[in-house]
Design a protein around this ligand. Sequence first.
Ligand code: SF4
Length: 680
Amino acid sequence: MGTKFIKTICPYCGTGCGLIIKVKDGVAVATYPDREHPVSRGSLCIKGWSAHEFIHHPDRLTSPLLRKGDAFQEIPWDEAIPMAVDKLRETAAKYGGDAVGGLSSAKCTNEENYLFQKLMRMAFKTNNVDHCARLCHAPTTVAMAQTLGSGAMTNSISDLAGAECILVIGSNAAESHPIIMGEIYKAIDRGATLIVVDPRKTAVVQNAKIHLPINPGTDIPLLCGMMKHIVDENLHDEEFVKARMEGFEELNEFLQLWSVKRAAGECGIDEELIRNVAKIYAKAKESAIIYCMGITQHACGTANVLAICDLAMLCGHVGKEHSGIYPLRGQNNVQGACDMGALPNVYPGYQSVSDSAIQDKFQKAWGAELSDKPGLTVTEIIGLAGKDIRAAYIMAENPALSDPDTSHVLESLKAFDFLIVHDIFLTETARFANLVLPGSCFAEKSGTFTNTERRFQLLRKAIDPPGNAKEDFAILCLLGSALGLDFSYNHPGEVMEEIALLAPAYGGIRFDRLERKGLQWPCPDSDHPGTQYLHKDRFTRGRGLFVIPEHTPPKELPDDDYPYYLSTGRMFAHYHTGTMTRRSPFLNREVEEAYAEINPEDAIHLDVKDGEKIKITTRRGSIITTARITKRVSKGCIFTPFHFTEARANMLTNPVLDPVSKIPEFKVCAADVRKESQDD
Ligand code: SF4
């Protein structure tokens, strides 16, 4: 069979680095960085370097599995597909199509996400389709669409290196997006000022000129205090505001409530420091704001993003190269899954399901009657299991680990009348399935991923899926055809041609145009070169809109019973629910067990030494984990990563939702901590 080298895209984070898989005699044996890749330019982080390690793991699913009591039995595809279709059809016939829910996947390609939402919408006339963007950047989609007209990163990753000021707020880019951190280093080398806002002293802070360790959940007070000072001192871009914005008077009136003194009191930062940071950000020729889940995963997540957009627009730092707003997307194709309409309220290209002209367009194109009623979100689909939702199809998502208040999620997963899970491993979620469909990993299929800077990129097949597992595209075509839909696609490129016809922003995307460096949307026609940065002469919505960011404190604050702030997040060696990274020997050697960071003063108070077991308890449950004593967290704060099945951080997290975007408040809740032996 010999040796070959296949250029493709990293399966982990939304940076979308280019990697080359070395295949020897049909086995993926190594990954290397792609020097010609437009984003990563010959670099990978340790996850990219070891991305081949999970591919041939003995735990891979190689056959469809049918639940028989507590065990699973292998069955052939010609039993599995008719069974999946019969059960979903039975449910829809008995309870209506809205009794079926579908979770699509930010790990799957654009074409697979397109087919998934098309299948749900056509076969069951339901919009109950969502995916894990709900748990990371749902507030971004809502708030940026409201203020700028487009819910995506305004600029390109390479723009960062030319920024004069970079404000990183609620993002540990050094661990979660290391290649993007590399662009920040380049900017610092050229003299840029890095300002970091984070309650933790993350690795990003080590390179910052100024660190603002705000009290958890006080981003809006800080941003409003900065805006108040900027307006008071006339540091804002008056010309930009006059020419391109609306709503300034309303914003200014609102800012009267936010003196710098009040802001300082709320967020625990010195007044002079707030003024100084506001001045640096506003006065720089080009300033960029980077944010991530430290901003979005709050009950006020949408308002947090609104405040960021307001600040950037106030200073005219949008619509220019080297400035802009950078929401760093988590999963490799979370941008694409949103773009492809794996959301309950929009078709591909963010076209509303409730707009009758758009509904008509899709009905004609697909030849089916569609629902104009927005569907349910991830947390609603899971929460209504066995009630409004009787059957579910989950493709490559793992809510048993990723969703808040896990004890309730596990109960819900048992409550479906029929649960189909389509994945590459028997995940914590798949263990609850009635039927498991074995899919393909990134190296075993073709298609496109869209990275965090809106770049469509080609994923190229390097090897075949193991055993009887199939390419996800093929599974979706089999299911669609068995449901009576015309899913007779021969190749994902044909699906992309259909997408281009229906979603204007992707009208010029074709596989043959993506070979060299991909294309950044909007790319409306086949001559368009793609778009490096958005909102150049006009915002997508016309004029930019200042929207009032109302502050609401975290829903659960420390008290006598639960005296600590608990925050959760990512770390450099593992990824999301650990399904792939924890099956990588190299990454497991880096970090092999769950842990929680605890401040030295708290450790003394609790009589806990580094490496000892602690029990963390919240109103939802408890976990036992290993203490890491470190000044990275402030006194009174605990941090634990969420990748570890043996110490599920989401047993603890608060499921309360942001009322607008419906993201749960993962980032802050109240917790009690004890040395584990005290509870024995
Ligand atoms: Fe992969 Fe993200 Fe690391 Fe790049 S930064 S190699 S995309 S995990």
